[in-house]
Each structure stands twice: as structure tokens, then as C-alpha cells.
Design a protein around this ligand. Structure first.
Ligand code: ATP
Length: 269
């Protein structure tokens, strides 16, 4: 199930309207400025990695593009449509889904109830049965756990449940925030397999990660943030060197495959 040999998806034609365009975006938490003039695109049907050390602003970008945090300046376009300033539910309706850091699972509902709620919202009652079948086919582990309460699933299983909700009614853009955080390697394989299926179904992905090697295996383009600004925006095969440059300037480095912070450099995200 490893993604190690997964082919990198073909580049979208340069003329295609990007799935996501972030244009000169700044954002703040009260008086604290977290993003400074950030611009990049996620090509239609593409996979873009968003990398950076702790506190660089990755989750803030995820929040801004999904409408959870307003941009103070700049524009956000989904498929060419300006969604700047729209509330999160309207941005979701415009075709963007967010699997946030953490899980996005209802703890008191069973696996099946979690899926039913999501499918009912997206597809309507009549299509729930077929959608459930497709979800269990794509993620057999969920079938074996269908009566188990969401809150009692392992971290990896919960993330797979969040992905299954997305797979059945593929959005134009999925923003996946630290989706492999804290997971065992086999679970990370399963999560990345899920991301790959979602991308193959036509969804563009913005994948926020500290697990550099995994995301760069599947991403065609990458953006590296440093102190809330873009330090690199280009092909994914140049991203690792950019990450290492940024980290070296902060006294940090890539350890194994993860971005490791020097003592005292942890962000709050
Ligand atoms: P991590 O990898 O550690 O999650 P990140 O790159 O996702 O980091 P963000 O969570 O986007 O970073 O945080 C960017 C900056 O904004 C950090 O300095 C952080 O302390 C600050 N920040 C994040 N959330 C808030 C908040 N709710 N209130 C105030 N400051 C915040």
C-alpha cells in the first residue's frame, strides 16, 4: 500500500485555471501578523505540498484558504472564482474541503453514522447507501469498524474516516493539514493512499506536512514558508533543498524525514 512508487501526476496545462490561487495574502491573529504577502497556486488536479518549520504559518494558510480566518489583504480564488472574505461554509459549497490538523470526526457517532451524516449533507438521502458501499470498498478498515464510536478509533483510523467522507463526493480542492502527524508508518501509507485516490478522482490537493519525504513523493509542486512568507515556490524536486536552507538559517534541520525544530522554536499551531 506504500506510495513510494506512486507516479507523480502529470502537470496541468499552464493555461488551465488553478484550483486554488492565493494572491498577496496577509493574515493576523489580533495584533500578531502571521502571513505576509503570500502568493502561490495549486494547479487544477495537482498536488502541492506546503512545507515549513513550526510556526512558519502553514496552518494559518490552511485556515485562510478555507475561510476559517479572514485574510487582512489579498485574494483567494477557487477555480478562478474570488472567494475572499466568504465564510467557511460558503467556501465549502464553492468546492473546497478541509481535513484539519486533528481529525474532524464526531466522537459520539459510530463510523457508519459519521459517514451517513457527511454523505447525506453532500449527496442527499437517496445516495447514502451507494456512497457507504464505495467508502467501505475504498477503505476496508472502516467496514470492519462500522459500529465503533468515532472517538474510540485510533488517530490514523480517524484520519482515514475524515478522508472517506471526502472521497465519495470529491471536492475541487482538498486542504489536508498535518494529516500524518503522530501516525505509525503503515497508517501513513494508508492515509497517503487515500490522498492519492482522492486526487485520482479529480480533486486538487494542498497538503500541509512536516513529513517531508512522504509529501514530496506525491506532490508535483511545493511551497516553503518561512516566518509567514514564501521562501520557495516551484517544482517539488527543488523543495527539499529549499527546506534545508530555511531550516539551516534557523539552526534547525530535517531529521529522518521530518522537519525538526531547534529548542525554543516551536510554534503554537
Ligand atoms: P506547526 O507546524 O507548528 O503547526 P504552522 O506552520 O502551522 O506551525 P501556524 O499554526 O500557522 O504555524 O502559526 C503561525 C504563527 O501564528 C505562529 O507564530 C503561531 O504562534 C501563531 N498563531 C497560530 N494560531 C494563533 C492564534 N490562534 N492566536 C495567536 N497566534 C497564533
Amino acid at each position: 500500500m506504500s506510495t513510494a512508487t506512486a507516479p507523480v501526476p502529470p502537470a496541468a496545462p499552464e493555461t488551465a485555471v488553478p484550483a486554488l490561487a492565493v494572491e498577496h495574502v496577509s493574515a493576523a491573529y489580533g495584533p500578531y501578523r502571521a502571513l505576509f504577502d503570500v502568493s502561490f497556486t495549486v494547479p487544477a488536479g495537482g498536488i502541492t505540498a506546503l512545507l515549513g518549520s513550526n510556526g512558519a504559518g502553514k496552518s494559518t494558510v490552511a485556515r485562510v484558504v478555507t475561510g476559517l480566518l479572514p485574510a487582512t489583504t489579498g485574494n483567494i480564488r477557487l477555480d478562478g472564482v474570488d472567494v475572499t472574505g466568504l465564510p467557511a461554509y460558503k467556501i465549502a459549497r464553492a468546492g473546497s474541503a478541509h481535513v484539519p490538523e486533528g481529525r474532524g470526526v464526531f466522537a459520539d457517532l459510530t463510523v457508519e453514522e459519521n459517514l451517513k451524516v457527511a454523505f447525506h449533507q453532500r449527496l442527499g438521502r437517496k445516495q447514502v447507501g451507494g456512497a457507504l458501499e464505495r467508502a467501505y470498498e475504498a477503505f476496508p478498515i472502516l467496514g470492519t469498524r462500522r459500529k465503533q464510536q468515532g472517538g474510540t478509533l485510533s488517530g490514523g483510523e480517524q484520519r482515514i474516516l475524515s478522508l472517506a467522507k471526502v472521497l465519495v463526493a470529491p471536492p475541487r480542492l482538498l486542504v489536508a493539514d498535518e494529516i500524518s502527524l503522530g501516525l505509525a508508518p503503515l497508517m501513513i501509507d494508508a492515509v497517503y493512499d487515500g490522498l492519492r485516490r482522492i486526487n485520482e478522482a479529480g480533486t486538487a490537493l494542498l497538503v500541509v506536512e512536516q513529513q517531508v519525504d512522504r509529501v514530496l513523493e506525491v506532490a508535483r509542486t511545493a511551497v516553503v514558508l518561512e516566518h509567514g512568507a514564501v521562501a520557495y515556490d516551484g517544482p517539488s524536486d527543488g523543495a527539499l533543498a529549499a527546506v534545508e536552507r530555511v531550516l539551516a538559517s534557523r539552526g534547525e534541520r530535517v531529521v529522518g524525514s521530518r522537519i525538526a525544530g531547534a529548542p525554543g522554536t516551536e510554534g503554537s499551531g
